[in-house]
Design a protein around this ligand. Sequence first.
Ligand code: NAP
Length: 331
Amino acid sequence: MSERFKAFRVEESEPKQFVRSIVERGIDDLPEGELLVRVAYSSLNFKDALSSIGNKGVTRKFPHTPGIDAAGTVVSCADGSFQAGDQVLVTGFDLGMNTAGGFGQYIRIPSQWALALPQGLSPKEAMALGTAGLTAGLSVQALVKAGVTPQSGDVLVTGATGGVGSLATEILARAGYRVVASTGKASEHDFLTDLGAAEVIDRQAVIENAERPMLSERWAGVVDCVGGETLAAALKATCYGGTVTCCGLVGSPDLPVNVFPFILRGVSLLGIDSVECALETRRQVWNQLAGPWKPEKGIAQAEECGLEGLEEKINQMLKGQIRGRTVVTLD
Ligand SMILES: NC(=O)c1ccc[n+]([C@@H]2O[C@H](COP(=O)([O-])OP(=O)(O)OC[C@H]3O[C@@H](n4cnc5c(N)ncnc54)[C@H](OP(=O)(O)O)[C@@H]3O)[C@@H](O)[C@H]2O)c1
């Protein structure tokens, strides 16, 4: 197939200097794979921002097309797992990392990376959720499985105005939890209250007295997107038998904590991975996101941009200035 299409491309112009532009590519330039998808929407995640500035922990080889999420229509599928015209959703695996991703109008991937679009979500809504929504859903599922109920007490969400944090806030609130949202953005308290947060606190309040070995019991559960001393302080302030999920590192990848929360209060720390997690787990969470957990407000408030608007959005994301989710329109 010789059709040309548009893609947002990152190139290493000279060692450690990365430039971004919109280029034309051919379908033949795409990697091998059974499934060819015409992408209608992608979304912007923190990992895409890192890939776009040449972070080799995310993308080893450039030139590269980022975009760890994609939703669109199957053009062809060599192994018969999908039919031409099927609507599919792809998040994670190697998409957008070292495989040309959703910031291009076509992707070619292994068919096992794709899920049929769940009933109850349009392709655009699915991308308003994207990897951030799946991660928020996996975090909530982990708390539920660990026995944290709305009656257990307050649930803290850190990095609450971000993609994962804002969707986790809304999902938990819809499920009846009392959510305390922690944010560094004094101007966005109303945004978080509107999503259902019962209380909004400054991110400094979470790490107050964090140097102490333990803190007073405050949280029945925590969805942490920040890592570093925020996660350490959240663990130290988690109630007896409580559960903390950890998915992110916007603050720091380090975890400066002692063992006291674990051995004195039986606190559990659960890691969340949306990239390699099993297809069946993804299906379960996507069905929840399309049904009872559907974060309608987060979806409705997602901002939209084309490939041309990506550069500015990436810069905002790297400065921690993004609020909620950004859908990328490919058509
Ligand atoms: N494990 C997985 O599978 C998985 C999947 C998706 C994302 N992630 C990770 O989860 C994290 C959040 O992702 P996202 O898509 O929600 O990113 P995002 O939209 O950029 O949101 C991150 C939020 O964290 C807060 N923040 C930013 N810099 C901070 C700092 N230095 N200290 C404390 N808080 C800070 C900000 O919220 P406030 O201003 O409200 O505090 C920001 O909006 C990232 O590290 C991402 O890589 C992991």
